[in-house]
Design a protein around this ligand. Structure first.
Ligand SMILES: [Zn+2]
Length: 257
């Protein structure tokens, strides 16, 4: 009896934590750490690279997803460059529930380095918003090398009216909300940059609900210092996992997905 009670208690405890007692083995997550290899992404002071930061966060998130019973695939697990098509193809081949691309931000105007900061989550959509366009242009530059402008417009137009935009928007809202919650509980002055539409090409090929996260600005000295600590990275990773789990659980209830 004692062992039964103990077993039941453990089960309840695991269920309460969203632990492995919940069967999530049918839920496959693809996490994409941006850039890699010759493409460093944004560069902060003293050679602090976006590619290094986002890989560290991607690995932390992957570990957490796995501990909850999800199956996870990282588009890259080390410092190598992956072509755009290779990143999203994995999401389709693995029948992923969600595709999460992780990046860090930067601005060019030095006079505003100390002011511009915060966490933002993007989903694929055309927009007239100048800020979103600027950030997308920066992130698109490396992945679009060798693709002509006509092909770029064809691929982006082909997905813009799909149902995935609505789902990706919902995923973005859940992920952004949870990241901000976990980070703000330790760093109350962090800016919630919100959920925004933007034409990111890395999201174009994914036929799954997909988001691109900008975890913070490497050009902001305070935010940069925080981003390279394990405490801050853990909070971001927890937020990503918690947000994606909420999204997936809600969709399961709604759609039997
Ligand atoms: Zn990036």
């Amino acid at each position: 009896m004692r062992s039964i009670l103990f077993g039941l208690g453990t089960l309840l405890l695991l269920a309460g934590c969203g632990g492995p007692s919940v069967d999530r083995s049918d839920s496959f997550i693809v996490i994409d750490a941006g850039h890699g290899g010759h493409d460093s992404g944004a560069v902060g002071a003293a050679g602090l690279y976006e590619k290094t930061l986002v890989l560290a966060i991607a690995k932390r998130a992957a570990k957490k997803f796995k501990s909850m019973g999800y199956r996870v695939h990282l588009t890259r697990a080390n410092d190598k460059f992956i072509k755009l098509s290779g990143r999203t193809k994995i999401a389709d081949r693995k029948d992923a529930k969600v595709f999460i691309s992780i990046h860090a931000n930067a601005i060019g105007d030095k006079s505003r380095f100390s002011q511009v900061q915060g966490i933002e989550t993007y989903y694929l959509q055309k927009t007239r918003d100048a800020k979103s366009q600027r950030i997308a242009a920066l992130e698109n530059a490396a992945v679009l090398q060798g693709t002509d402008i006509l092909s770029k417009n064809v691929i982006i137009d082909s997905v813009l009216n799909g149902p995935k935009i609505i789902e990706s928007n919902k995923l973005a809202i859940d992920v952004q909300r949870q990241m901000v919650k976990y980070v703000k509980s330790g760093y109350s002055d962090v800016k919630d940059g919100g959920v925004r539409p933007a034409p990111f090409y890395v999201l174009v090929g994914a036929s799954r609900p997909s988001v691109l996260i900008e975890v913070g600005y490497l050009t902001n000295p305070k935010e940069r210092a925080r981003l390279f600590t394990s405490d801050y990275q853990e909070r971001i990773a927890k937020g990503i996992v918690s947000g994606a789990t909420r999204y997936i659980d809600n969709r399961k209830r709604e759609l039997g997905f």
